[in-house]
Write a protein that binds this ligand. Structure first.
Ligand code: SF4
Length: 224
């Protein structure tokens, strides 16, 4: 179980989360006007592959690998046309390359057989692709303008706990809390705002509260 940040949210008294969520989104949107997905892709298939490869590694690492990968594998059929060992070599640097190669091939097979070679748009159809879990389906749907939930990664989990938007530890329960709280119109951008804030200011070990626009009245974990 990763470290919990729930207890940090007892440092400072703040308004109830329903009153704070709007100002939090606004302040983060100003602070991180450039917040967007860090993975590089042009087509839905590239988006799906990038997100599948991003498990347990950094977006920078994935982008390095996909730059060559997408020049070589342009259609779902291309992932099945090479021996599995070749695909494993091509994605090796993203880690867990055996599981990822297996998931990619299973996904491509289903895309060809069930979806005429196109990445499905329906959330439930995405979830039926082998190796595609809720987080991946959420990212893909959100980037295609059809957010069905809120992506919860390590940054979203930590910041949601520090901001007392949830007391949960499990990503599925955290997502449920956030979906009740965050206006639907903000479901796609909200995780990007938290991720960028987490990377730039609200570090896991040393949050830079003195630089944070939420420190004064919006964050109960503030150290200033
Ligand atoms: S950096 Fe901001 S969001 Fe993070 S704990 Fe400090 S005040 Fe809260």
């Amino acid at each position: 179980m990763p470290r919990s940040y729930v207890a940090e949210a007892r440092r400072k008294k703040v308004e109830p989360k329903r009153h704070r969520i709007g100002p939090i989104v606004e302040a983060l949107a100003v602070e991180h006007a450039d917040a967007k997905i860090a993975l590089r892709f042009e087509r839905p298939l590239e988006l799906l592959v990038s997100v599948m490869l991003s498990a347990q590694t950094t977006d920078v690492n994935v982008n390095r690998v996909t730059e060559k990968l997408f020049a070589k594998y342009r259609r779902p059929e291309d992932y099945l046309a090479v021996p599995v060992e070749e695909l494993e070599r091509d994605i090796f640097a993203t880690g867990f390359y055996r599981q990822k190669a297996k998931a990619l091939r299973g996904t491509m097979q289903r895309i060809i057989e069930v979806h005429d070679g196109e990445v499905p748009t329906a959330f439930d159809d995405l979830l039926k692709l082998p190796g595609v879990a809720r987080k991946t389906a959420n990212v893909v749907s959100a980037e295609r303008g059809n957010a069905q939930g809120i992506v919860v990664d390590t940054h979203v989990r930590r910041l949601s706990q520090r901001l007392a938007l949830t007391k949960q530890e499990d990503p599925v329960k955290i997502e449920r809390d956030l979906m009740r709280l965050v206006p639907r119109v903000d479901w796609a951008r909200f995780p990007h705002l938290l991720i960028w804030h987490g990377r730039r200011i609200c570090d896991a070990r040393r949050p830079r509260c003195e630089e944070c626009p939420l420190a004064e009245s919006l964050c109960p974990s503030s150290r200033v």
